[in-house]
Write a protein that binds this ligand. Sequence first.
Ligand code: NDP
Ligand code: 2IT
Length: 451
Amino acid sequence: MSQSHQAQIDAFMAQVTAQNPHEPEFIQAVQEVAETVIPFISDHPQYAKHRILERMVEPERTIIFRVPWTNDAGEVQINRGYRVEFNSAIGPYKGGLRFHPTVTLSVLKFLGFEQVFKNSLTTLPMGGGKGGSDFNPKGKSDAEVMRFCQSFMTELARHIGPNTDVPAGDIGVGGREIGYLFGQYKRLRNEFTGVLTGKGRNWGGSLIRPEATGYGTVYFAAEMLATKGQNFEGKSAVISGSGNVAQYAVEKCIQMGAKVLTMSDSKGFIHDSAGIDQEKLAWIMDLKNNRRGRIQEYVNQFPGATFHEGQRPWGIACHAAFPCATQNELNAEEAQALVSNGCIVIAEGANMPSTPEAIEVFNHAKVLFAPGKASNAGGVATSGLEMSQNSLRISWSREEVDERLLNIMKDIHSQCVTYGKDANGHVDYVRGANIAGFVKVADSMIDQGVV
Ligand code: NDP
Ligand code: 2IT
C-alpha cells in the first residue's frame, strides 16, 4: 500500500477512534473497510467530495431502552435493549437481533456497519441495521423468554415497520423468540404484516430461511473452489458453532460430499473422525433446538467422538474451515495451523469470526478466504425473499427459494471477483466485498443528497 493511502487511513481511523472510544469491535470492523475502500476512494474523488465514508460510519439513528420483565420467581429483572438503524440509502433498515450477555453498543455497531455492506451485496433493496439485548436466554423458561420478548417489543414496536426497519434473528434469537416478538408487535399495532423475518411457516415465514445462512456459506465456498477447478467431493471440513448457521453449513457440506469433522459451542468442540453424517446431525439438531442441550453430550451418544473442553477446532487438519459461532473466534496462530495442515478454503458463516491478524495469515498464504459479509449474506438475502413473498401475499416453493439463494450467492461471488481480482489473477474477497458493497450504497447516498 502506498504511503499516502496509509496516511489517509491512519487519519480517518484516528478520527473514528476518537469519536467512538470504548468500541473495539466497531473500530475493528471499520478498520477493515477503511483499508480497502480508502485507496478506492482516492481514485474516485466524488466519494471523498460527498464525504460518504465519514457519513457511513455514523449510524442514522441509535435507540437504547430499558427492558424490564419479571422472572418465574416473581423478581423484577432489567436488561438493556438496542436498535442501531445504520443506513437506509438502498432500503429499509434490515438486520438481526442478538440476545447474548456479551451484547454491547460496540458489538451491535460492528454488526450494523457490516450489515450495510452485506445487504448491498445481496442485490436486494435492504438498508442495514442491528439490534438486541444483553439478555441471556440460556437456562430461562419459555415463559420467561416470552415475557422478555414482549417487554422488548413493547418499546421496539415504536421504531420498526415493514417499510422502516425489519429485524430478524441472530445469536440467541431463533424461531421461538421471533414468534413471541411477532405476536406482541401484532397485538400492539393491530396489524398482521411482514415486520420481522425468520417467521414460522404458518404465519408468513419463508421456506429455506432457517437453512439459508449455512447453505449460502457453503454455496459461496463451492464457488470459490470452482475457480480452482475443485469441489467438495471427498474433502474434509471443520466447523465451529452448533447453532442455526453451523447446523445448516454441516448439512450442505454433507450434501456436497464433504466429511464434517467438528462442531462446537462456548464450552469446547467435538471431533468425530468418522464424520458427522445426516443421522448424527438430526440428533444434534434435536439436542440444540428442542432439548437445548450442550454439544459435549454428543460423545455419550456417539462414543467414537472426542470432546475438547475449552478449545476451538482449528487445530484439526482439514481442506475447508467454516467459523460459524461468533466474532474473533479464530486468531493468527489458529489460522497458521489451518494453513499448515492443508486448509485451502475458509468461508465465514459467523460475522467477523477471524481476527485481522488471522486474515493477514490467509492473505499471505493466498488461500481462498471469504469474509462473512459476502459468504454469510444468504441469510439476510432469504429474509429479503421473505419480505417479497409477504408483500406479494404468496409463498414460493422450497426449490424456488433455494434456487434464488444459490443465484444470489453466485452473484455476490462475481461481484467480489470484479472488485477483488489483482493483476496476477488472485482474488482478495475482503477487498472485493467491501468495494462492491460500498459502491451501491455510496452512489445512492450521492443521489439522495445530504441527509
Ligand atoms: P445461534 O444462537 O443459533 O448459535 C450460536 C452458536 O455459537 C452456538 O453454538 C453458541 O454456543 C456459539 N457461540 C455464541 N457465542 C459464543 C461465544 N462468545 N464463544 C463461543 N461460542 C459462542 O446463532 P447463529 O447460528 O444464528 O449465529 C452464529 C453466527 O452467525 C453469529 O456470528 C451471527 O451473527 C452469524 N450470522 C447469523 C445469521 C442468521 O441468519 N442466523 C446470518 C448471518 C450471520 P453456546 O450455545 O455455548 O452459546
Ligand atoms: O447477520 C445477519 O445477516 C443476520 N443475522 C440475518 C439478518 C436478517 O435480517 O435476516
